[in-house]
Design a protein around this ligand. Structure first.
Ligand SMILES: NC(=O)c1ccc[n+]([C@@H]2O[C@H](COP(=O)([O-])OP(=O)(O)OC[C@H]3O[C@@H](n4cnc5c(N)ncnc54)[C@H](OP(=O)(O)O)[C@@H]3O)[C@@H](O)[C@H]2O)c1
Length: 248
């Protein structure tokens, strides 16, 4: 089936969690490919000053806490025009299933990674529908394709993002919207600071996402570990479950 390809030149983008990490790298990559306007969502808009200093009025700072419906609605109200929505904001709250942290960590992961993504997407979908060639990019994780017990409740939330992405794709079938799921392995950002693993850099993730938009790729595996795991996942998902199960 033919997928929608996005010419980034002149496009308007909304991205949550734009101030640091993978989100900031995506902003910079999109601008390097000609994006016209970036609605940059951040809980504290002061944290967008570096991007604003570098890119001027291309960056439109938007206060956004994805766990706060009023903040989402106020953010959406400021959006005049939208071609690409990037659901990037996320937390990594550690909790195993059999632990006293299970409930609280699951709640935190779901509030930001799942409800935040759904509520922001619903707040912006009508703006996206007004344009002819559009995209929704959801940042899941390799941990969403197989549960890693050391961060089991995070895996649960990212598996939900994977399923939401499939649901969105189905609902948006036969429209000119590309619905992309992104499945990074460990990436060198604040989120993964305590992970003792080989990590790829956020700039590589951003490059693969933007290239995926241009080429119309629905499932993006943007780093060394995810590229290797994806080929196994496609042919033998049980092997991924067994391998990821050792991350305990
Ligand atoms: N790093 C990895 O190894 C890795 C691997 C797979 C997937 N991912 C996913 O990639 C995405 C970006 O992660 P990252 O590595 O760039 O992490 P990061 O450096 O910790 O950045 C997380 C971003 O999310 C924002 N955020 C957190 N809670 C929010 C909320 N309630 N409302 C709005 N924004 C909120 C943060 O804003 P503040 O600055 O205000 O906290 C920050 O901008 C996440 O969805 C993450 O799950 C990361």
């Amino acid at each position: 089936m033919e997928t929608t390809k996005i010419n980034i030149e002149g496009k308007t983008v909304f991205i949550s969690g734009a101030n640091r990490g993978i989100g900031k790298a995506i902003v910079e990559e999109l601008i390097s490919k000609g994006a016209r306007k970036i609605y940059a969502g951040a809980r504290n808009t002061e944290s967008l000053k570096t991007l604003q200093a570098k890119y001027g009025t291309i960056i439109v700072p938007i206060q956004l806490d994805v766990t706060d419906i009023a903040s989402i609605q106020a953010a959406a109200a400021q959006v005049e025009d939208l071609d690409i929505l990037v659901n990037n904001a996320g937390v990594f709250s550690i909790g195993k299933i059999f632990s006293k942290e299970a409930n609280a960590s699951l709640e935190e992961n779901l509030n930001v990674n799942v409800w935040g993504l759904i509520n922001l997407s619903n707040a912006l979908i009508e703006k996206l529908r007004k344009n002819s060639t559009t995209a929704i990019v959801n940042i899941s994780s390799l941990a969403g394709l197989g549960n890693m017990p050391m961060c089991a409740t995070y895996s649960v939330s990212k598996a939900a993002v994977h399923s939401i992405t499939q649901g969105m794709r189905g609902e948006l079938a036969n429209t000119n919207t590309l619905t992309m799921g992104v499945y990074p392995g460990p990436i060198d950002t604040d989120m993964a600071a305590d992970l003792q693993m080989d990590k790829d850099i956020p700039e590589n993730v951003a490059k693969d996402i933007v290239n995926g938009l241009i080429e119309g790729i629905e499932d993006v595996y943007p780093d060394a570990m995810s590229k290797e795991a994806s080929s196994v996942y496609i042919t033998n998902p049980k092997a991924i479950e067994q391998n990821f199960g050792t991350f305990a």
